[in-house]
Design a binder for this molecule. Sequence first.
Ligand SMILES: CC(C)(COP(=O)(O)OP(=O)(O)OC[C@H]1O[C@@H](n2cnc3c(N)ncnc32)[C@H](O)[C@@H]1OP(=O)(O)O)[C@@H](O)C(=O)NCCC(=O)NCCS
Length: 447
Amino acid sequence: MLRPSQSELGPLNSVLDPLQSVLGPLETILGPFQSVLGPLESLLGLLRPVLGLLQSMLDPLESVPGSLESGLGPMQSVLGPLEFVLGPLQSLLGLLEQNRGAFKKQASLKLWHCTFSSTGYAKSCEGSRMAVEGHALEFCLAKEADFEEVMSISGDVYGGLDYLPVRYHAWIRDPARRVILAKKKGQIVALISVNIVDDGHTAVVEGLRVAPLERGKGIAGFIQSYCLDLARAQFPDVKVRRYTRAGQLAPETLAKFRLICKQEILCTQFKAEYILPKLEAAIAQLKESGAEWKHPILLGATDVKRVFLSPKVVDEVLPGKTIIQDWAPYQPLESNLEKLVRQDLIWMADDKEEPRVVSLGTAPYRVPLGTGYHRLNIDIFGKHFPRVRNQFLAQVQQRVGTLKGPVYCILYFEPSLWQDMLSFCQTALGLHVDGELRIQNLLEADM
Ligand SMILES: CC(C)(COP(=O)(O)OP(=O)(O)OC[C@H]1O[C@@H](n2cnc3c(N)ncnc32)[C@H](O)[C@@H]1OP(=O)(O)O)[C@@H](O)C(=O)NCCC(=O)NCCS
């Protein structure tokens, strides 16, 4: 590993410190530009081929005398408005590109600075590069075109239940998110993402993966440091960072974070066609036996906000006062709910006025586990077993009607209900429960 000496660091830091103070305000100005750049680029990308096509029609006309005038009329009516839009767009894009260059330089400087002065684990090369175990790592923002290469390092992630294949493109386009790649000799070796939520106060770190042959070399740590530096530079209001991690956590991990809450995880697989009659039979049985069956209430957008923001739900129902949606944690804030209700989620409560159990079901999505496999995530909050069970049944029922084939269902709920939920799934529904993945931990640390 290359380490800079103190005599190398001193002069460098004295140059970098004043630069940092100039670049801070620049960063605040550039933040909003960054978020419009992506959509503008895609719009331009769409308009350019249209213009190219029109131009190629125009060229032959120009070489035949007389035909230009007659062919031009109808084309001008299309070209006119197009040029009207394209001109200003192109100049705006040029301006943004220039600022982006300045911004990137700033982010790199910041990274160099913290690498040299605080940890000393690496020596920078140029741009946002560092030497790790003798190999240069380069960091950059992921692009849509990197999709295939990212997938090629993701084959074994989460045992075939990876969500990234279906979320990748939306993540790239999301202005509140940064997706970062680490490259070695131009090849992608790691990915991480940071999503800014909670009115800009929280950075949620997600999607981390390192190429199988590159694991165990510290790359996960390096890409996380880069990602956090970038988030600090681009979103200065962020106060804390949050992570959701599965399984028992090592004491070293717990020492670095505050454990906000834990949810139990129950994984089971079934064929959509098989489970529907089973659900109906189980519900009929519960109704007959008087085992507290009451159909949960489906919530619309207005009710979602009222129920999920009510002090009773926040204080007594949500684990760690947090809404966790398919591993993504959100504080119960109007702005978060505004975003969440725009997604295809099924929201339920046992009661609108006195809710004790609430849940949200994520739209099933395809996963690499096998042909036709869908992953179905159901997050349930609350400690009352019969009502948690009722929402599990109602959520599955609501979704599987529209599905065919194998479903990998992941249910998250209050840990003290594990035994009751396990025996209900096994006996009343005849399901096999996969016991490998058990605990979901929500961790937090200061930025
Ligand atoms: C987990 C994984 C990313 C670790 O990569 P790695 O480069 O081999 O990790 P290393 O042991 O060399 O690096 C250790 C660093 O990674 C961090 N790390 C290890 N496991 C992690 C995990 N599950 N989530 C987040 N960070 C993790 C460690 O905290 C450590 O950081 P630190 O040095 O700041 O303390 C890698 O094994 C992988 O891609 N697995 C498949 C995908 C996956 O399970 N991702 C976890 C998402 S929660």
